[in-house]
Design a binder for this molecule. Structure first.
Ligand code: ADP
Ligand code: MG
Length: 265
């Protein structure tokens, strides 16, 4: 049967049924694939599978786009954009993380390194990868997380908020240590870490080595308990060297940068 002889009623019905399924794309793919199926002599089953497959692929792609947008990453970066020649030691561990196995195992990732070495880039790229793999992701700086949890706490809704956040397969906490926490903030952050421990993954980035985290959390005991939970099941990746932002500018030897690098070596 040539496309011209398909009854208009049937096409109308497909359009109507696709809309009822909230899959309007099916109208277009059904018509296009029908011509192809007739030419290629597909079985009915081949044809149905091809139409459904297009719809599922389109849904997955738009679901990933929605999850990437909802995650609040500062910029959409990818693993492919990352120049591992600048960070050769990170290549194997980061590429292994891209498989997403750490998410189903509820393991964490800690990215340490001086400013400009790609911590936020790698964290965001892993966020994008996780979203593409079907996980819900949320990205914010440590300061923003504390503000958000503080708000929930003030409304008496902290436990509910922590439970809700567990439905996110990945939470990214960027810039731990850029600002020291107040004691209340440290306690909120500790609760976030505890609530996700062995339930769902965290990615943390910090310009400070673990040995300086006590200063950030204002308390040796809280810092130790937190690091213990974070690192128990974690990949810790140290990014090294001069800032990628300042490369080729001849200013990667500023004394402050040298000092920061030293603290991480
Ligand atoms: P950090 O969070 O460690 O301070 P960023 O991840 O923000 O550093 O990196 C600073 C900028 O340099 C970003 O635009 C990032 O995409 C880029 N960048 C850093 N390292 C690399 C790299 N190895 N390959 C490609 N781009 C990089
Ligand atoms: Mg950063």
């Amino acid at each position: 049967m040539s496309p011209q002889t398909v009854p208009t009623e049937t096409i109308k019905q497909i359009t109507h049924l696709a809309a009822a399924l909230k899959a309007p794309r099916i109208t277009e793919s059904a018509a296009r694939l029908a011509d192809h199926a007739r030419d290629a002599g597909w079985t009915h089953e081949d044809y149905l599978a091809a139409v459904l497959e297009r719809e599922v692929a389109a849904r997955n792609a738009s679901g990933a786009q929605l999850r990437i947008r909802a995650a609040g990453m500062p910029a959409v970066k990818t693993i492919e954009d990352f120049d591992f020649d600048q960070q050769p030691a990170a290549r194997t561990p980061v590429q292994a993380l891209a498989s997403g196995a750490y998410l189903t195992e509820h393991r964490n990732v800690v990215l340490l390194g001086p400013p400009g070495t790609g911590k936020t880039h790698v964290a965001s790229a892993l966020g994008v990868t996780a979203a593409r793999q079907g996980h819900r992701v949320l990205f914010a700086t440590a300061t923003d997380w504390v503000a958000r949890l503080g708000e929930a706490h003030d409304r008496g809704r902290l436990p509910a908020e922590l439970t809700r956040l567990r439905r996110y397969g990945l939470i990214i906490v960027d810039e731990v240590g850029y600002l020291p926490f107040e004691q209340d903030a440290a306690s909120l952050f500790f609760q976030l870490v505890s609530s996700r421990y062995e339930h769902a993954s965290l990615i943390l980035t910090s310009n400070l080595p673990f040995s300086s985290w006590a200063g950030v959390f204002g308390d040796q005991v809280v810092a130790a308990a937190m690091i213990d939970r974070i690192v128990h099941h974690a990949d810790v990746i140290a990014l090294k060297g001069a800032s990628y932002r300042l490369r080729d500018r001849g200013i990667d030897t500023l004394p402050s940068i040298k000092a920061e690098q030293k603290s991480l070596d």
